[in-house]
Design a protein around this ligand. Structure first.
Ligand code: SAH
Ligand code: F3S
Length: 461
């Protein structure tokens, strides 16, 4: 049942710990960075005295954390706002805020199309959210906070401080870098997230220490091009491989992963860290995007198929069990049948263990959006063909793994069958296996008995 709404006047009193002022709901679209920001938003709202609501209908504060990387998540956010319109009409005290990449990009349009929105807040202003919520509760004036910090000169100073959840989590994501300097011609991220800014090494290590103290065993370092980490730091350049070693050395951390590295910056020191540091997982998600040099050049990806192939060869030579996954875009402007065929051929050649495959989505304001677009049906057919090819390859790879043993960090029961536990291997394969519930948080060895498209079934040995 819906709880009674607090009146704005009752909410301006100073927060006392343990005093519940109302409920909040955060709806998230997009990448792990957004998931992370949503967790930060939740922590801020909890500090203000709000507790999670089961659904947006009954929440006092509703935040949308939006994504602009393709058109689809933008459409979803607008239709979610459409649904909120009726709730807000019934309960005008409800506070509605829009955050994330679409808020950064289309703040005025969001307000124009949805006048009931209380505030729009950009990607670099997450820490302004508690203040915006308080303001909205007291005055119903619209607020917009979309400043994006510029990188002034060579050193970055305005890097946000982060809250660390007090709730124990087995696995945690830790941003190490914000923004991106690569400007791939299809990509909106440099516009929505701003210039590349590395977080100070000590801040990252401190956060990981605190996570380890509350029971986190695995951390995933987040950034758009993680292996360019470390430029523009006041303390001087810190190579990504050094950061990996520092994080791996934090007591209690048993596994370290990262996403995503950029192919051109993938150097020998990172490969050596994967090979030599026991905590660094043997998984690499390295977006390739296309299998033809002409396409890569038009995308302004700063590598060729052969230079990518060299990294794959070096990585597989040094780390034979490495799990390699990638991102591919089909239907990029001007993509010919022949160019697409090269992408298919490259999938057969590299045999990725997994791939996120996307149909190109024109992003207004990016160079590729003004290039000559290809037929939508042709692009859809190519995506189907690519997905089928990759699925076959994945099935073949997984069939070849029957009888193999993997170290798995037990995360808990599978969603469908509570008697089966699940977890990932060090090379980032999902495994399901019968085990008691108190195995959660343990590292176990699982022997594969059954291959599936999504992963593997096995038994604990
Ligand atoms: N930083 C990552 C990419 C971040 S965006 C990198 O190293 O490349 C995540 C993925 O979304 C990209 O790898 C790309 O495959 C896809 N993507 C980005 N913009 C897109 C667009 N306009 N249309 C379709 N897919 C896109
Ligand atoms: Fe986007 Fe290319 Fe950066 S895909 S996030 S501009 S590396």
């Amino acid at each position: 049942m819906a709880q009674s709404l607090l009146r704005p006047g009752t909410l301006s009193s100073p927060v006392r710990r343990g005093t519940v002022r109302g409920t909040y709901f955060v709806q998230t679209w997009g990448c792990q960075m957004n998931e992370e920001d949503s967790e930060q938003i939740g922590l801020y709202l909890e500090e203000l005295g709000f507790v999670p609501a089961a659904n947006p209908q009954e929440a006092h504060v509703v935040l949308l954390n939006t994504c602009s990387v393709r058109k689809k998540p933008e459409d979803k956010a607008f239709s979610f706002l459409g649904e909120l319109r009726a709730f807000k009409a019934a309960r005008p005290e409800m506070v509605i805020g829009v955050a994330g990449c679409m808020a950064q990009l289309r703040a005025d349009e969001i307000k124009h199309r949805n006048p009931f929105v209380d505030f729009v807040v950009g990607t670099a202003q997450v820490s302004a959210i508690p203040g915006l919520v308080e303001e909205a509760l007291q005055s119903r004036r619209f607020a917009k906070r979309t400043d994006l910090p510029e990188r002034k000169g060579s050193v970055v100073t305005d890097i946000p401080q982060r809250n660390v959840s007090r709730t124990a989590k087995l696995k945690a994501f830790v941003p190490i870098q914000y923004g991106c300097d690569k400007f791939c011609t299809f990509c909106i991220v440099p516009t929505t997230r701003g210039r590349e800014r590395s977080r100070p090494t000590e801040d990252i290590v401190q956060e990981v220490r605190r996570l380890a103290e509350i029971g986190t065993q695995e951390v995933t370092l987040l950034g758009q091009t993680v292996n360019s980490y470390g430029k523009n730091l006041a303390e001087g350049r810190v190579p990504f491989s050094k950061l990996l070693r520092l994080i791996a050395g934090v007591p209690g951390i048993r596994r370290v992963r990262y996403t995503s590295p950029y192919p051109r910056d993938f150097k020998a020191d990172v490969i050596e860290a994967i090979r030599d540091v026991p905590q660094v997982m043997e998984h690499c998600h390295m977006p390739l995007q296309a299998g033809h040099d002409g396409l890569l050049a038009r995308m302004k990806r700063l590598y060729t198929v052969e230079s990518y192939a060299q990294i794959v060869a070096d990585l597989r030579a040094e780390v034979p069990n490495v799990g390699l996954t990638t991102d591919i875009i089909v239907g990029f402007p001007g993509e010919t049948d022949e160019e697409f065929q090269h992408t298919l051929d490259v999938m057969e050649r590299f045999r990725f263990d997994g791939a996120f495959m996307f149909k190109y989505s024109p992003r207004p304001g990016t160079p590729a959006a003004t290039m000559e677009q290809i037929d939508k049906q042709v692009a859809s057919d190519r995506l189907d063909k690519l997905i089928k090819t990759q699925q076959r390859i994945q099935c073949e790879i997984n069939e070849g793994l029957v009888g193999r043993e993997f170290e798995v960090l037990v995360e808990g029961p599978t969603p469908k069958n509570p008697n089966l536990m699940q977890g990932y291997s060090r090379c980032f394969r999902m495994l399901h296996f019968p085990a008691p519930a108190d195995f959660r948080g343990e590292l176990v060895t699982v022997k594969v008995t059954e291959p599936h498209l999504w992963g593997l079934v096995g038994t604990v040995v």
